[in-house]
Write a protein that binds this ligand. Structure first.
Ligand code: GL1
Ligand code: MG
Length: 211
């Protein structure tokens, strides 16, 4: 019997993964770095600076910490410009139904996201009041695939990892959940990567059968 469900944000609760993709594409386009879905798959779920390091692998020179900070800020500005257009209409009916159903069953709900913009996105989309706790990239020192952000979310809820499901669309997040001792549920995403998870769902309402 589970007591809690911890959701990844980007690509699970909201399709902000597409906006992150576009923002990375804009930055790499300006720098003349090749960027497509193959590279982006490696970025899914990981932090801004870890993502930037992967993006810059294609450039045969070192970047100073100051240059990297400027590039990360540029990507974030591009992302925030796109995210400014988000609203409650960007939350799928499936997401609303799942959150309502889980709440009715007495489950505690949290968000566990690598993003430093998680709280802003939850506010913009009106999802913030749906959750008992939010753990995000501003609160951890080690990003996914390290389990820290999910352990933080569980601690905020007052549950142990064994009592919680983690819902994730990215391989880094599924690994983080497994390594933290959570039950991992893969949502959408890549079929091969999702084999790492204990469960796979195509819609979030399917979670109601797992708790
Ligand atoms: C960071 C990365 C994004 C994405 C999210 C996690 O978000 O920049 O590309 O990997 O983490 O879903 P942010 O820049 O908002 O902290
Ligand atoms: Mg994700």
């Amino acid at each position: 019997m589970k007591k809690a469900v911890i959701f990844d944000l980007d690509g699970v609760l909201v399709h902000t993964d597409r906006l992150h993709y576009t923002a990375w594409k804009e930055l790499t386009g300006r720098l003349g770095i090749p960027f497509g879905q193959t590279v982006y798959r490696r970025l899914r779920g990981i932090s801004r600076m870890d993502s930037l390091d992967i993006v810059l692998e294609a450039v045969p020179r070192d970047f100073s910490p100051e240059e990297k900070a400027a590039l990360a800020a540029e990507k974030n500005e591009a992302y925030l410009a796109l995210a400014a257009g988000l609203g409650p209409r960007d939350v799928a009916e499936d997401v609303r139904r799942a959150l309502r159903g889980l709440r009715e069953r007495g489950l505690l709900l949290a968000v566990g996201s690598s993003s430093r913009n998680a709280k802003y996105i939850l506010e913009r989309t009106g999802l913030a009041p749906c959750f008992d706790a939010v753990a995000d990239g501003t609160m951890v020192t080690r990003a996914k695939p390290d389990p820290e952000v999910f352990l933080k979310a569980a601690a905020l809820l007052g549950v142990s990892p064994g009592q919680a499901l983690v819902v994730e669309d990215a391989a880094a997040g599924i690994k983080a959940a497994r390594d933290g001792g959570f039950t991992a549920v893969a949502f959408g995403g890549d079929a091969v990567e999702s084999l790492l998870a204990e469960h796979r769902v195509g819609t979030l309402t399917e979670l109601l059968d797992l708790v």
